[in-house]
Ligand binder design. Structure first.
Ligand SMILES: Nc1nc2c(ncn2[C@@H]2O[C@H](COP(=O)(O)OP(=O)(O)OP(=O)(O)O)[C@@H](O)[C@H]2O)c(=O)[nH]1
Ligand SMILES: [Mg+2]
Length: 633
């Protein structure tokens, strides 16, 4: 199904034409009927001669209500621009056309209305010429112009036929399997509860679906749906929909929020965008200017940071960051409009390029500008490259979800990037990505940065601790600022790169070897000689630390030259082997051994004998039974 939006100056007959076409008066509010003026959006529908059913969103033309008009144009497939033939082009004719163009509404028709009120046919020709010129350079350039009267009905059948012809060539509203419905109305119906309406885009919605309401931390269930007052179980993109929600109150929802699948859209207060400034008046958009931002059905005050200059001049374009006062749910590729709050004028608009930039960008940063330029066309590879680089390491599934692309298209772009090494797969490869596995990925440049950071930390550690085998994995993770969730994948990737070797909880540069200076070697040799001189009563740990330093002692223990029996007692490795063999032999002969027997066997002190037996218990050679030890078997 398709949605058509009206546009045009106040009183030019938009609502009258909608009623003439559909039989439905779109001015539903009492105030609208009393004032004979549209204030807020109105809705109608009709079956065209071809049998095609369309929805119409009728917008107000008065300059005070442009904000409501803006809430109505998002998601429309075509425009019906209404120009009263007796008045011709007026300010909101221009402003609405500007909005349609900024929102890239792809097609339209012009109704030259009130043709009954024009007596001079030449006058109508002049008006038509003026309109034709106005459309030049916009998405509506070359649109058919039809002479009609909403009051006498003249030209209405032709208008219906022209709408049909226009939609014959229109592609179906796109389905990327991510339904979203920007809310334009909320109300309650007694017995049903909360109802929201909006134009569904991006995918299908069905009764029973769970939906998130963004911004806001709400989820709800779709209890029922209506299209044009008829209940449906399922709705396709491009339909005007009323959704009955279970699980939320009317006061919790307002125009501007978006229904979507849980876990997809995230609200944002900062976004990167391309900005076009309208050329028809003399207002430039200056750096740091206060604006009103409109996207979907949402609006919020905003400030603009111009990244490539101090102002964007009328008719020009630039790269900007928009800081929004209130969060909105937008995604890459969405169109937006900005207006000046006072005087109230539409100034420009453009395309959202990144709904979640990592930070405030420095201005005039060539790298940032290049990246934004690459995103304008929405090429899947540029988009996925950007998503992969969003942080140090990201999950491929999250990158695909956030891209705003059709999932299969995003996945194959990512696979291509991985096979060309523009994106690195840390815990797998391009083939595994192609199979749809959720893997840890990193943009090549960021991965190189991370490797460099890890190298730097390890080099510093090895330099400061030349005799240590390596650094603790956890310490390296902290220094490299890698989130825990991705750390195993990073270690896997860095090992595969040949940068590091990890053993147990210790990690070292792959090429790291412990090397001693001559002086260190000498004191190690002397200490080992002293330890060996009294094999079962060697110097204590604290004496050895005094002689060698703690690092060299660790080096001897790590390297297996010394066996640590307790925090204060070490034995030379061969003395330990000898002691263990003697105790085991004794046990094999006698079945059990006491502390006293061990002391006598080795001709040592009780303290050493006890440390030895406890160590043998710990390494599971022996176990304690009462006062004695037996072999563990
Ligand atoms: N003579 C004549 N009058 C018309 C025609 N269409 C609308 N009108 C009158 O023009 C006035 C405004 O019509 P609306 O349909 O309310 O105009 P609108 O464009 O919807 O106005 P807003 O929604 O407030 O912007 C009404 O008094 C209509 O009766 C027409 O074709 N011929
Ligand atoms: Mg109206």
């Amino acid at each position: 199904m398709y949605v058509i939006g009206t546009a045009g100056h106040v009183d030019h007959g938009k609502s009258t034409l909608v009623e003439a076409l559909t039989g439905i008066d779109p001015d539903r509010l009492r105030e609208e009927q009393e004032r004979e003026m549209t204030i807020d959006l109105g809705f109608a529908w009709v079956t065209l001669p071809s049998g095609r059913e369309i929805s119409i969103v009728d917008v107000p033309g008065h300059e005070d209500f442009v904000r409501n008009m803006l809430a109505g144009v998002g998601g429309v497939d075509g425009a019906l621009l209404v120009v009263a033939a007796d008045e011709s082009v007026m300010p909101q004719t221009r402003e609405h056309l500007d909005v349609l163009d900024l929102m890239r509404v792809p097609r339209g028709l012009v109704a030259l209305n009130k043709i009954d009120a024009v007596e001079e046919p030449d006058w109508a020709d002049l008006v038509e010429e003026e309109v034709r010129e106005l459309l030049e350079g916009t998405t509506l350039e070359g649109s058919p112009i039809l002479r009609v009267s909403g009051v006498t009905g003249q030209g209405i059948p032709e208008l219906a036929a022209a709408l049909d012809a226009m939609l014959d060539d229109a592609p179906l509203p796109s389905n990327v399997e991510r339904p979203r419905l920007p809310v334009d109305r909320v109300f309650t119906i007694s017995g049903f509860g909360t109802i929201v309406t909006g134009t569904l885009g991006g995918g299908t919605l069905a009764v029973g679906d769970t939906v998130a309401i963004v911004p806001g931390n709400l989820t709800a269930r779709v209890r029922g749906m209506q299209i044009h007052k008829t209940s449906v179980e399922r709705a396709e993109p491009g339909t005007r929909l009323a959704v009955n929600l279970a699980g939320v109150d009317r006061d919790e929802i307002e125009r501007g929020q978006v229904l979507c699948r849980p876990g997809w859209l995230r609200a944002t207060r900062l976004l990167d965008a391309h900005l076009e400034v309208l050329g028809d008046h003399r207002w430039p958009i200056k750096h740091n200017m206060a604006l009103e931002f409109f996207a979907g059905t949402a609006r919020t005050p905003a400030r603009v940071r111009i990244l490539d200059g101090d102002a964007v001049t009328p008719g020009g374009s630039g790269w900007v960051q928009l800081r929004l006062r209130d969060p909105v749910a937008v995604q890459r590729g969405d169109r937006y409009v900005v207006r000046m709050p006072s005087p109230s004028v539409t100034l420009g608009g453009g395309q959202v390029l990144d709904a979640h930039p990592r930070r405030r960008h420095r201005r005039h940063d060539v790298e940032v500008l290049d990246r934004l330029a690459a995103l304008v066309d929405g090429e899947p590879e540029a988009v996925m490259h950007h998503e992969a680089g969003r942080s140090l390491v990201v999950s491929s599934a999250a990158a695909i979800r956030e891209s705003g692309l059709v999932a299969s298209e995003a996945a194959s772009a990512l696979t291509r990037l991985a096979s060309e090494d523009d994106v690195v797969v840390l815990d797998g490869d391009a083939d595994a990505l192609a199979e749809g596995k959720d893997l840890a990925i990193s943009a090549a440049a960021r991965w190189q940065d991370l490797l460099a950071r890890m190298r730097e930390a390890l080099e510093a550690f090895h330099k400061a601790n030349p005799v240590r085998a390596g650094m603790s994995l956890e310490e390296l993770r902290n220094r490299a600022h890698v989130p825990t969730a991705f750390w195993d994948a990073v270690i896997e990737g860095a090992t595969r790169e040949g940068l590091i070797a990890a053993t147990g909880s210790v990690v070292a540069l792959a090429e790291h070897e412990v090397g001693l200076t001559e002086a260190q070697q000498r004191s190690v040799d002397e200490a080992m000689a002293a330890v060996r001189a009294e094999p079962f009563a060697p110097p204590s740990v604290s004496e050895l630390v005094d002689r060698l330093g703690a690092d060299l002692l660790d080096y001897l223990v790590d390297g297996g030259k010394l066996v640590k029996l307790s925090p204060s007692i070490v034995l030379a490795a061969e003395a330990y082997d000898d002691a263990e063999a003697r105790v085991v032999a004794y046990l094999e002969e006698h079945g059990q051994v006491t502390l006293g027997e061990t002391r006598d066997l080795l001709d040592t002190s009780r303290r050493y004998a006890q440390a030895l037996l406890e160590h043998m218990d710990r390494v599971r050679v022996t176990k304690r039974v009462g006062d004695a030890r037996v072999l563990r078997g």
